[in-house]
Design a protein around this ligand. Structure first.
Ligand code: NAP
Length: 323
């Protein structure tokens, strides 16, 4: 397909998680000519979460249902969404105006502004066995794979909110869940720590890192190294769930905008990047708090800023706005 067409839209939004869909809803309500491109092969962090109970006004929801609600609401205001994996973005000048070209595997879209909301992907442990045993006991998504571990023993690696939340979810299926953490105390929020401590199915391996994931055709266990003593120990298990943080999905931008050391997009208060006209929001940006509620807030701000930017350009181009 050659892009939809050669038309120049007001904004192309890249990413269909809470940040992108909120940006999409605000853009649609502002009657911007907007399209949201979402990748069908990438599951966002929120979608992979079984229980979300800190999104104000929604007492409890699965991540999947919450994000589906975001999408339904955005589309109800007329947002056009389409499944495309974006491979690159470039900026060029045509008749004095900056035009963005958003390339996908099958064509390209052109727009006066771009909102990047591509989220982040799970970090890997980078240990022996991890790659070979992926899908054979190694997983980065408890909601997707948890039910396969009914009656088994599993380990969860990490000490943040994701690790503890997913460990709690896994107790529905597994007989025993051992949280392996490299320090002697969890990083996660207090309420999750309390729940994990009171679960009779959850155990902890403190001050420990995974040296190797063992198994031939399927995971059979993990080798651990105690970071204080150097001692090596083993835990027999059928599953290894890795939740050690996230890498922002920004590689497709190349050096188009300024990135932080870890790859997240540097943004200002208006969600503007270092390149005028390109805005970013959610987990692909550098931010203090990674939550659905902050992603949604970022998305609203990015849409507002992109709208102001586009209006200004059109005003300059067509002389319609008098300042
Ligand atoms: P995170 O907060 O960055 O925690 C990553 C955990 O993995 C940390 O405990 C870290 O150890 C450990 N770790 C990192 N690299 C490691 C390695 N190579 N080997 C072993 N352990 C390693 O990531 P997250 O838990 O995925 O959370 C990401 C963000 O999403 C956070 O802002 C979190 O609050 C948010 N979130 C919120 C909710 C919620 O509100 N319910 C749910 C999920 C996530 P150290 O502690 O020693 O650094």
């Amino acid at each position: 397909m050659l892009s939809d067409d050669k038309k120049i839209r007001d904004v192309v939004i890249v990413g269909g998680g809470p940040a992108g869909l909120t940006a999409g809803m605000y853009s649609a309500r502002a009657r911007m000519d907007a399209i949201l491109l979402e990748s069908f092969s990438v599951m966002g962090q929120a979608t992979m979460t079984d229980l979300i109970e800190n999104y104000p006004g929604v007492e409890r929801s699965t991540g999947f249902d919450l994000v589906a609600g975001f999408k339904k609401q955005a589309e109800s205001f007329g947002l056009q969404t389409s499944q495309h994996t974006v491979t690159g973005v470039s900026a060029m000048t045509e008749q004095g105006k900056r035009i963005f070209e958003v390339r996908t595997e099958t064509g390209e879209f052109r727009a006066l502004s771009v909102i990047v909301a591509t989220g982040a992907s799970p970090k890997k442990l980078e240990v022996r066995g991890e790659k070979d045993l992926l899908g054979k006991g190694v997983s980065y998504c408890a909601t997707c794979d948890g039910p396969f571990f009914k009656g088994k023993e599993v380990v969860v690696v990490g000490g943040g909110d994701t690790a503890v939340e997913e460990a709690l979810y896994l107790t529905r299926f597994a007989d025993k869940v051992t949280i392996i953490h490299r320090r002697d105390r969890l990083r996660s929020v207090g309420i999750l720590q309390e729940r994990a401590a009171s679960s009779d199915k959850i155990d902890f391996a403190w001050d420990s890192v995974v040296e190797e994931i063992e198994g031939k055709d399927l995971v059979s266990g993990v080798a651990l190294r105690n970071v204080k003593t150097g001692d090596i120990s083993h835990i027999a298990c059928g599953g290894v769930f890795v939740f050690v943080g996230w890498n922002p999905n920004t590689g497709f931008l190349g050096d188009l905008v300024a990135l932080e050391k870890g790859g997240s997009i540097k943004v200002d208060r208006a969600m503007g990047s270092s390149l005028e006209g390109l805005f970013a929001c959610g987990d692909c940006t550098s931010k203090v708090l990674h939550q659905v509620v902050t992603a949604a807030g970022d998305g609203a701000t990015a849409a507002f800023s992109s709208q102001k930017y586009v209006e200004e350009i059109k005003g300059m181009a067509y002389g319609q706005i008098e300042v």
